[in-house]
Design a protein around this ligand. Sequence first.
Ligand code: F3S
Length: 81
Amino acid sequence: PIFTIVDQDTCIACGACGASAPDIFDYDDEGLAFYIADHNQGNTPIDPSLLNDLEDAVEGCPTGSIKLAEEAFNGELDKGQ
Ligand code: F3S
């Protein structure tokens, strides 16, 4: 399985990820992105049907803020790759 989480410390609220992957990412009141499925805890595996959207979002993020891992993040960014 693939897990994702957004590093909101480096996200610049550019808005690209929600355009590429509207079923995966939304924005908080400040425009910072978060993973919709579990409010950015990174514990819910990505639905396989959304993997292409996820790839587009990762490639399109100008700050590299969208993290991926093969294990759950439990809200901790340092599990990412
Ligand atoms: Fe932020 Fe990157 Fe999305 S900068 S709004 S996580 S494309």
